[in-house]
Write a protein of this length. Structure first.
Length: 71
């Protein structure tokens, strides 16, 4: 499943750090964080998508505490 979420990031460097960290989360098949559009695109298996999403939100908060992902 592929879904997009609003993702407020402060700079392009922050977006790149977030993207790298999110791609390493178990269950993530692919992810992109676009600074210009302020969007997170997440790809994960349908049956575990919600669990993976919660892990991604936690990891994003750990890497960049000011980041807000709107679910």
């Amino acid at each position: 499943m592929k879904k997009k979420f609003a993702c407020e990031v402060d700079c392009a460097n922050c977006a790149a750090k977030l993207e790298d960290a999110i791609k390493k989360v178990e269950g993530v098949q692919d992810a992109t964080v676009n600074f210009l559009t302020q969007k997170l695109t997440l790809v994960a298996a349908d049956d575990v998508f919600d669990e993976v999403l919660q892990k991604v939100v936690k990891e994003a908060a750990r890497i960049e505490p000011d980041t807000v992902i709107t679910l």
